[in-house]
Design a protein around this ligand. Structure first.
Ligand code: ATP
Ligand code: MG
Length: 403
């Protein structure tokens, strides 16, 4: 006998009715996607739990992938037996013996969800406990603080035995909240913002502004790599690369330098909004944190925000840089984010940006030149890649029909 299943728990309390169905369907889909390389694994759903049948797959590889999936509260390796007391006793012993780590003390917690099973939980605890004690040495029962809790769940289709649980990523399954357009630079913040949006169930369409030849292929590759890391939390992601050079040049030529940063952000937002509409995304997500830099003052956000009325989510708004860095290290984007590259935003930008830009001034400056054709052109030549899906990982389309 060996561990042949993984038991997955998910526990958003507020799940009811249709929400619950969506939650479970998405979660199952996301699990299937995450473990797609393990071809013989099968994901099944029953009564508020999910199970993965492992067959011949290496459990540790599968466990590792589950850690990143939002919507899972915890999971455990499980051994399945028939609903027969002898089989259960032996299964529990094997589950205990095959568990890694220091296992000196244990307790048994039996649960009988399947009432026709003739032995009550209390009695099952004793049968199983006695069997483990008889077949081990230097092992004792400790009901208060055991090294191992042997959980025996008798269900209609069989009994599942687990020894310990691994924390899941929490949150909501990616896709259950709908779609957002993530403004993804090559920096530290925006990948973390994307990760946090995914944690609450948002599916991401990534948008990156690229200014060749001022920004090079390396900068672009960085953003592809960052997007690729985000896919491990929720499936493939489309990355929309916006050619931004001509628009930046126009801003440089026609806007007073103190306002060029503000106007550039407004242009980015207008373009992102159009992509969001096309992709049916209901909000924009960015990596802004209040007061972090000149363009992230309240006045600045107020003036930049004027150009759109779609919600802008700023998951990092209250975080200190150090907190953001910690998350980025944890999710694996930090090392890529700190690679040197030229950001399209910094190339043309002067050091005399105002920290308190005003809406009326921004509007007036924009009126002095017709930027619309440049915006249209940038949108027209967006290049879209699908990251994280090996079959589709090619340039999908020039989005000519976006307008
Ligand atoms: P980041 O670390 O995410 O680059 P930052 O602290 O450097 O953020 P800014 O450069 O002011 O801050 O950018 C603020 C936000 O604007 C970014 O978090 C990102 O969401 C968006 N943004 C900036 N540059 C780009 C870009 N080239 N493409 C797409 N979005 C961008
Ligand atoms: Mg940046």
């Amino acid at each position: 006998m060996k561990y042949d299943h993984i038991l997955i728990r998910y526990g958003e309390l507020a799940l009811k009715g249709k929400n619950r169905k969506d939650f479970e369907n998405k979660l199952k889909e996301n699990i299937q996607f995450a473990i797609r390389e393990h071809r013989t694994c099968k994901v099944k759903r029953t009564y508020g739990r999910m199970f993965i049948e492992l067959h011949d797959e290496n459990p540790n590889d599968v466990l590792e992938k589950l850690k990143h999936i939002f919507g899972i509260s915890s999971f455990s390796l499980a051994m399945k037996t028939e609903n027969d007391v002898e089989a259960i006793k032996e299964g529990a012993l094997q589950a205990f013996l095959q568990r890694e780590g220091n296992n000196r003390t244990f307790k048994v917690s039996a649960r009988r969800s399947y009432k026709p099973f003739p032995i009550r939980s209390q009695d099952l605890n004793q049968h199983v406990g006695a069997h483990i004690l008889r077949n081990t040495e230097n092992v004792t029962v400790d009901v208060h603080n055991p090294d191992v809790e042997v959980v025996v769940e008798v269900r209609e289709q069989g009994t599942y035995i687990t020894c310990g649980r691994i924390d899941g990523a929490g949150g909501l399954p990616v896709g259950t909240a709908g779609k957002v357009a993530l403004m993804l630079s090559g920096g530290i913040d925006s990948p973390v913002a994307g990760y946090l949006a995914m944690k609450r169930g948002a599916e991401i369409e990534a948008v990156h502004f690229h200014s060749p030849p001022y920004t090079n292929e390396r900068a672009r590759k960085k953003v592809e790599d960052l997007t690729n890391i985000l896919t491990k939390f929720g499936g493939s992601i489309r990355l929309h690369i916006v050619p931004f050079t001509e628009l930046q040049k126009a801003i440089h030529a026609h806007i007073p330098s103190s306002y060029s940063m503000t106007i550039m952000r407004r242009m980015m937002l207008r373009i992102t909004e159009r992509i969001a509409q096309k992709q049916d995304a209901k909000a924009v997500v960015n990596g802004e944190s209040l007061g972090q830099v000149a363009s992230q003052t309240l006045e600045s956000m107020h003036t930049i925000n004027e150009v759109t009325n779609i919600p802008i989510l700023r998951p990092l708004v209250t975080m200190d840089k150090q907190e953001v860095v910690e998350v980025s290290e944890q999710i694996g984007t930090y090392d890529i984010s700190v690679l040197p590259y030229e950001d399209c935003c910094t190339i043309f930008l002067p050091s005399d940006s105002v920290t308190k830009p005003r809406r009326d001034k921004a509007v007036r400056f924009e009126e002095a030149f017709d930027f619309e054709p440049y915006i249209n052109e940038a949108v027209q030549y967006v290049e879209t890649l699908t990251i994280g899906n090996e079959q589709e990982n090619k340039t999908e389309q020039k989005m000519n029909d976006l307008l």
